[in-house]
Design a protein around this ligand. Structure first.
Ligand code: ADP
Length: 504
């Protein structure tokens, strides 16, 4: 059934840009049990375009009582969904993927509107996110069990995988589509139903996904989206983590909130997946191909204005190639085009909100006060309130925030090192361990460093590592569990062992 409601026929985006017929841009409604719903209180909150500060939508500000209805609907839907065949789920996911694919351009525009990321990147994200739904539609049919040979003749041991139940997703604003698709694709393929609580900055993309999921034939109650602002999210988060009617929680976001949710989930020994912050080292060894390293550094650092959890946070550059790398890196940075993401030529958009802007500014000021050298950038931009100029800093030291914490902004912090041991020691001197990168043309070094580096994901001579087919996740305080790849299914299934006896 086609849901084409709340159509915005003419949307004035900015001084220059007007969109017509954004049929996926839902306004004033969330999606529960196959219906577009308001909050019981009728309360709403604004969705703001970070490029210009204008309101681009409103969504219901849902509280615990609203989310309880979504939990009920998802549990009722689970009773049917868990009995669907893997093939049926595969076909429905494929239908969803096809519709998502047909709507890449519109999904991209919605993402740029609410997150500020350049359109060219939003298109990449739409395809990347869609890829998870495609991938999980393909592997839904091979979620297999095992038969284990028994050492007792009269027994047989069967292992089957069963969906855990209702899964709740709490997702961030930096990838408004892909962080939902990565969780939902796996959960739905496994036979779980789900409730998505998107970031308050970017709920419109989540609602667009719901629109297409329902249109694809995914039954009511199987994919729900609830929206709440920052004030209500604490109570809603507590409900999702402590309700006995939620079987698992999957969260992508800050380490601080992740730790809180982990604690709350422990009261019910609830399944939890956490994709938290990183502090990614990006090492360039003497033997590296410098041009390739610069390309990788630009992709890893400046994609999404540096607002990704796998963004390079500390560049470690070997002494003898330091000046060459910095010079080429500076040239590449100076070519970035800062501006409204809706302009096709923009490569660096605004930061998501004032809080994020203040953090980036404070980190740079802290480093400069303590002796860091500004090679390029280092200040706000005249484009608007939330724009920060792409920045390159050298002489970064362990007492600076840029060394120890994730900046989540367009700031490249560079450290000089002499030996491989020193580089590994610096790279691993953090409680975070999500992504790491290094460039080297020495194959022995490549194997040594890839083994020694403490992170869940390693890019060797590569700055972009995420893919639907590959397991995404961290070690140490960067999280638990894996998303994407066939391992992503494990988060949403219980392994059931059945012993058949007296078979003589
Ligand atoms: P950021 O600071 O970058 O927005 P957060 O970790 O605070 O990162 O937010 C990521 C997601 O977690 C968002 O969907 C946000 O609404 C949600 N969130 C924030 N605080 C809580 C909380 N106390 N309980 C549940 N969800 C929360």
């Amino acid at each position: 059934m086609l849901i084409r409601l709340s159509v915005v026929n003419l949307l004035k985006i900015s001084k220059d840009i007007t969109y017509r017929n954004m049929h996926l841009l839902v306004s004033n409604k969330a999606f529960v049990n196959g219906e577009w719903v308001e909050a019981k209180s009728k309360d709403t909150f604004d969705v703001v375009n970070p490029a210009e500060g204008c309101v681009v939508g409103k969504v219901p500000n849902m509280s615990v009582e609203d989310v309880e209805l979504a939990i009920k609907a998802a549990n009722e839907a689970f009773e049917c969904w868990k009995h669907t065949t893997n093939k049926e789920r595969s076909v429905l996911l494929r239908n969803w993927y096809n519709l998502l694919n047909d709507n890449v351009e519109e999904l991209a525009k919605i993402m740029t509107l609410e997150s500020g990321k350049p359109l060219i990147e939003s298109r990449v994200e739409a395809n990347y996110g869609n890829g998870y739904i495609e991938y999980f539609s393909e592997i839904a049919r091979s979620i297999n069990g095992e038969i284990i040979p028994s050492s007792i003749k009269t027994k047989q041991y069967f292992v089957t995988k069963q969906p855990i139940g209702v899964a709740a997703f709490i997702t961030p604003w930096n990838f408004p589509h892909a962080m939902i698709a990565r969780k939902a694709g796996a959960a739905l393929a496994a036979g779980c139903t789900c409730i998505v609580k998107p970031a308050e900055d970017t709920p419109l993309t989540a609602l667009a996904l719901a629109n297409l999921a329902y249109e694809a034939g995914i039954p009511k109650g199987v994919f729900n989206v609830v929206t709440s602002d920052r004030k209500k999210v604490n109570k809603v988060g507590e409900l999702l983590c402590t309700s006995p009617d939620i079987a698992g929680v999957s969260f992508t976001g800050s380490t601080e909130v992740g730790k809180l949710l982990y604690k709350m989930c422990s009261t019910g020994i609830k399944r939890i997946g956490l994709e938290l912050g990183g502090n990614a080292p990006f090492i360039i060894f003497s033997s590296a191909n410098i041009d390739k390293a610069v390309t990788g550094a630009m992709q890893s650092k400046f994609r999404n204005c540096g607002q990704t959890c796998v963004s390079a946070n500390r560049f470690l550059i070997q002494d003898d190639i330091f000046d060459e790398f910095i010079s080429k890196f500076k040239d590449a940075i100076s070519k970035l085009v800062i501006g409204n993401g809706l302009n096709e030529t923009t490569t660096i958009g605004p930061l998501i909100n004032k809080q994020q802007f203040n953090k980036v500014e404070a980190f740079v000021n802290d480093a400069v006060d303590k002796g860091a050298k500004v090679i390029i950038g280092g200040s706000s931009s005249d484009q608007g309130e939330l724009y920060y100029t792409p920045t390159l800093l050298t002489d970064i030291k362990p007492n600076m925030k840029l060394y120890t914490e994730e900046v989540f902004g367009p700031v490249a912090a560079c450290i000089r090192f002499r030996t491989e041991e020193e580089a590994i020691q610096i790279a691993n001197s953090t409680r975070r361990g999500l992504a790491s990168y290094f460039y080297s043309e020495n194959y022995r070094q490549i194997f040594r460093v890839a083994k020694e580096i403490e992170s869940g994901m390693v890019g060797v001579n590569e700055g972009i590592i995420s893919a639907a087919e590959a397991p995404f996740g961290g070690v140490k305080e960067s999280g638990i569990g894996r998303e994407g790849s066939h391992h992503g299914i494990d988060e949403y299934v219980y392994i059931k062992y059945t012993c058949f006896g007296n078979l003589d």
